[in-house]
Design a protein around this ligand. Structure first.
Ligand code: ATP
Ligand code: MG
Length: 414
């Protein structure tokens, strides 16, 4: 915590230094967007952005370490005091044709730059040298009223860039703001457009909202606006499914990670469909595998009494145990069921000595090679069965493992 505050103070000093340098050279330069909003809300901004009337070429002349990152949008990254600060030239956006980004931009002034931004609370500027707030869009009023409102005509603004639909949900949920009625009406009307946005960008927004402690509210807004029906092509929730996801998200631990939240939202459809949904969202293989295993293990946890020692050891060895437990508890609480059977699994798990969780297998592939058994699926089946018996502590020695292997082999060749 302390570190992030210190870091962000440094970033704010770096941004201030950049602004002083630009102003000292005769330019207008201001803090812009999210960092102004967050400071007014008493939150620590994630990053500091500077907006200026200096064109990118001029910004590059004034600072030693610069990189043009969004040349066509007039964005230059200035590296200073260990921070990369985005310095963007005031601009107006040209026509939007693909629902994602403008065809062209023209450099302009602070007022026009405010108007191309998404929501009034994100359209504020602040001069850290004079302490002056520059508000061309009524952002301060909406901040005080805790309101998300589009700058300009909401239908047009969401039609220009459909990602704003999800940004509205994210800001409303994470800041605990209401969405102003006309803005919400436009979101509902245009919700289907979100399908045009790349899965990577949808995933990034979903990750931000579902890892926040306000994930339940975010889900509620996704459902109420109709966005949820178009987020992941082909994946749908019925009313009961939505309500169950909502109740389960509400019971997750505050710091639940993204795959755990994904496991909640996909669990009703089973692990096979969940894998497909994760792939559509372009989750990494590792993330997809975590989601699948969380769903499968949490399903096993539905009947805690039926879990064998081997099942618990396999969960412990997967290093997902804490998340499996959290998911199972959340699912039980969402259904108003007792969590004590799940807690008793935890008590059993706590008694397992570390060295017994994933011991080296007593039986390996060499066993079959020595017996000249041709390789095939039977190898894996028998090795798995023997290893389970070992984890269940019903066999403890190599000779017991070999005897069991022989028996299963004989049974298989019957
Ligand atoms: P965060 O706390 O997530 O960083 P932010 O509001 O700072 O929130 P950024 O993505 O960092 O969001 O963008 C910085 C600013 O750029 C925003 O505050 C907003 O003014 C503007 N902006 C970002 N994305 C859009 C968009 N899709 N449409 C219009 N303006 C946008
Ligand atoms: Mg930001």
């Amino acid at each position: 915590m302390c570190e992030s505050v210190t870091q962000s103070t440094d970033a704010s000093q770096a941004a201030r230094f950049i602004i002083e340098t630009l102003q000292g050279s005769g330019h207008r330069a201001l803090l812009a967007g999210g960092c102004v909003r967050d400071r007014l809300l008493g939150r620590v901004p994630k990053d500091y952005d500077v907006a200026t009337d200096a064109v990118p070429k001029r910004v590059c002349e004034l600072f030693r370490r610069t990189k043009k990152v969004g040349a066509q949008f007039g964005v230059v990254l200035v590296a200073l005091k260990g921070h990369d600060i985005e310095v963007a030239t005031f601009r107006s956006d040209g026509e939007y044709r693909d629902g994602r980004r403008p065809e062209s931009v023209t450099f302009s002034d602070a007022m026009h730059d405010a108007q191309r931004r998404d929501f009034t609370i994100n359209g504020l500027f602040f001069d850290p040298v004079t302490d002056e707030l520059v508000d061309h869009v009524g952002g301060q009023k909406d901040l005080q009223a805790k309101r998300i409102r589009c700058i300009g005509d909401p239908d047009q603004r969401f039609a220009e860039d459909h990602l704003r639909l999800l940004r509205a949900v994210r800001f409303a949920a994470t800041l605990e703001f209401e969405i102003e009625p006309a803005t919400f009406k436009a979101m509902t009307a245009l919700s289907g457009q979100i399908a045009i946005i790349s899965p990577e960008r949808i995933r990034a927004e979903l990750s931000l909202m579902l890892t926040s402690i306000h994930r339940e509210r975010a889900w509620g807004l996704l459902c109420e606006s109709g966005l949820v029906d178009h987020l992941i092509g082909g994946f749908a929730w019925n009313d009961a499914g939505r309500a169950s996801v909502r109740a389960t998200l509400a019971e997750l631990p505050a710091d639940a990670m993204f795959p755990l939240a994904l496991a909640v939202i996909f669990s009703g459809a089973g692990s096979h469909e969940a894998i497909k949904a994760c792939r559509r969202l372009r989750c990494s293989n590792e993330e997809t595998s975590i989601v699948r295993r969380l769903i499968e293990y949490a399903n096993q946890m539905q009947s805690p009494g039926a879990l064998e020692l081997a099942d618990i050891k396999i969960m412990l060895a997967s290093e997902l145990y804490e998340q499996i437990h959290a998911l199972a508890i959340a699912q039980a609480r969402a259904r108003s069921e007792s969590v004590s059977p799940i807690d008793s699994v935890r008590a059993r798990a706590a008694k397992i000595p570390t060295e017994r969780i994933a011991p080296p297998p007593l039986l390996t592939g060499d066993f079959f090679l020595n017996l000249n058994v041709p390789q095939g699926p039977v190898y894996r089946e028998i090795l798995n069965a023997v290893y389970r018996a070992q984890l269940n502590e019903s066999i403890e020695t190599k000779s017991q493992a070999e005897a069991m292997g022989m028996k299963l082999l004989a049974k298989g060749s019957d």
